[in-house]
Design a protein around this ligand. Sequence first.
Ligand code: JFZ
Length: 428
Amino acid sequence: MTTVSEITKTANWPTNYGDPAWLLHDRFGLFIHWGLYSNAARHEWVMNREKIHPDTYNKYFKYFDPDLYDPKKWARAAKDAGMKYFVITTKHHEGFALWDSELTDYKATNTPAKRDLLLEMVNAFREEGLKVGFYHSVIDWHHPEFPVDGLHPQRDDEAFKANATERNIEKYAEYLHGQVRELLTNYGKIDYLWFDFSYPERSWGWATGKGAEDWQSEKLEKMILELQPDIILNDRLDLGRGVVTPEQYQPSEAVTEDGQPVIWEACQTLNGSWGYDRDNLDWKSGDVLIKMLIDSVSKGGNLLLNVGPNARGEFDQKSLDSLSEIGKWMRVNSRSIYGATNSEYTAPLDCRFTQKGKRLYLHIFSWPFRHIHLEGLAGKIDYTQFLHDASEIQYKEHDPNEELTHISTRVKPGTVTLELPVQKPDVA
Ligand code: JFZ
């Protein structure tokens, strides 16, 4: 088992970043994608997918009126689900600022909302005891100095491009740094900064890719650490360090770089879209979401699970239902999540192990036929019980030196065989 102190010595964690112990302990956070695209209600990339001209997109700015917004409700839903931190889109690729930025007019304060929506959110989540994370898009499809590159919504608009030949990424970088400075100055202690994203030519093959030089990432990182010395950063500034962020997939095993374990966090959607997506039919079941959380921890990682609130400022019922299903499970099983990590033992088929010190947690994804066989654990177990009700589970040990003499015992020597009830207990 990798301990927290070992993992922080690894290559992707520079000594000048904050102590990631809380992240490794907490394991489960809420991602929130909320912006003008919530009005369109058809994916947060709608501006790009439909190549919407900024003047047209402006209708979402004009009519952004989240009259039911009550971030205390969001924070409570997150807390009840067992989440310990949250990451909010301060600005997504569309360029809209959820806070009262002095560097732009394209901000919440100038919509019918008429106020700094970020401030209320930060206060509400802090009050519920959650750590505060800011997502910030380094990409900006609204800013007049952001070049019309191969990823830009207006990439095929010749008239638009003819007007955009003088764009200067250095001026944009100044704006980017300035906005990040605001975010890290005016909202108290920020625990986590989650940038999104770099697409250097070498990895994406777009002629006009962007990376560390464009964002002036080294300089940006230096400023961030001066403003918030305890902050932790993700890996999307193209600097090759920070929390590794596999997106919409679960890694097949504990994530490593050069053979060393790294700090990583899977980010997952409830339905395939990050922003509120009204007509979406692709919802994951509560069962799948719980398995994703277990799977991440069993591989030494975190899960950052997303909700896309709607434009009136509410979590829709389906999202709330998903969160509460996870919460029911967490109420009795979170001991196998918080402070837990991957195990040195290999779990049986369709199972995951998480481990915390000497406690080994077996997560059975598919209920077996009465017994489950844990190879190599004979002589190593003191006591076995269910987690949800602390009821004893009886087991048989197969001597490691036992010779397989009769046909009826098809269990490998050294195996521990758990005696399970026929029916899976109702855990949640
Ligand atoms: C990015 C965003 O574009 C998306 O809207 C969402 O915010 C998500 C969390 O992050 O999506 C990405 C970013 C990077 C890659 C893929 C999707 N990538 O590098 O493969």
